[in-house]
Design a protein around this ligand. Structure first.
Ligand SMILES: NC(=O)c1ccc[n+]([C@@H]2O[C@H](COP(=O)([O-])OP(=O)(O)OC[C@H]3O[C@@H](n4cnc5c(N)ncnc54)[C@H](OP(=O)(O)O)[C@@H]3O)[C@@H](O)[C@H]2O)c1
Length: 252
């Protein structure tokens, strides 16, 4: 259900990690605004097929205006620069430009003190939460700078602003992402490019419910609500907001 009239009509939207729990809601929400094209990156064929089926089933049922939107699924591991370069050059070849990047790629390893954590776990958090954001931003920004237009939204975490303990690698990687966002936003000042991130607390996903079955799910944030915030930060209604890490912790 479209809630606002944000205009993405002539825009090309890139959603990295767009088939995951939050990413699939972000993809579906952008689709409600009938952009020119949506490129959804994925790693898992199963995740991609699930979302593809859902989107096309919905298209077939609803005679909606979003039928003109071109939807492309592109496989990419965005922790490798060669794959990121190839992804962006494929997109630019087909669509000329990327107006919006919603980078939802990320992951969590926690529940261990620093002394219990391995070097491999540390590296993995830095890779998927921080290096991924650096690489995709670097290559998308090159074309946004030429256009003098762009919106980038990354997904950090409340833990990136204040760690809870037993989450050092995750917290450090998400804190690094906040500083990366601030630095990039300053670098492109004057070029009509907004770069921000959101700081979710626990998101109400299937995998979180399975991992914490006795928790009070009503205090968790519905992914649909975060998707709307990401769309807002990608819209012209938020053009005065850049370089921020926006808390999205809800009211519970
Ligand atoms: N869930 C929460 O409670 C929570 C709270 C705060 C912040 N966040 C952040 O919110 C974002 C989405 O979380 P989520 O719960 O939706 O997680 P998710 O379901 O695991 O989605 C993450 C997506 O990123 C993809 N991905 C991971 N590594 C990748 C890589 N190297 N290259 C390309 N794609 C990659 C995953 O693909 P695969 O399935 O192939 O791994 C998956 O599609 C993440 O940045 C996460 O850190 C989540």
């Amino acid at each position: 259900m479209k809630t606002m009239d944000w205009d993405f009509n002539n825009q090309v939207i890139l959603i990295t990690g767009g088939t995951g729990a939050l990413g699939s809601k972000v993809s579906e929400t952008f689709l409600d605004f009938s952009p020119k094209a949506i490129i959804i990156t994925f790693r898992s064929e199963t995740e991609m097929q699930e979302l593809r089926t859902k989107i096309f089933d919905r298209r077939n049922k609803e005679q909606k205006e979003n039928h003109h939107t071109l939807i492309e699924f592109m496989k990419a591991d965005i922790t490798h620069e060669d794959e990121v370069k190839k992804l962006i050059s494929n997109i630019l070849e087909k669509f000329d430009q990327v107006h919006v990047l919603a980078n939802v790629v990320g992951g969590y390893i926690g529940g261990k003190s620093v002394s219990e954590s391995s070097e491999e776990e540390w590296d993995k958090m830095m890779l998927i939460n921080l290096k991924s954001a650096f690489l995709i931003s670097k290559h998308v920004l090159a074309s946004m700078k030429k256009m003098h237009f762009g919106k980038i939204v990354h997904v950090s975490s409340a833990t990136g602003a204040k760690a809870n303990g037993n989450d050092s690698a995750y917290a450090a990687s998400k804190a690094g992402l906040i500083r990366l966002v601030e630095s990039m936003a300053e670098e492109v000042r004057g070029l009509n490019i907004n770069i921000n991130c959101i700081l979710p607390t626990i998101i109400d996903t299937e995998s979180n419910r399975a991992a914490m079955p006795t928790a009070n799910f009503s205090t968790w944030i519905p992914p649909e609500e975060l998707a709307k915030v990401i769309c807002f930060l990608s819209s012209e209604d938020s053009k005065v907001i850049t370089g921020v890490a926006l808390p999205t912790r809800g009211t519970s």
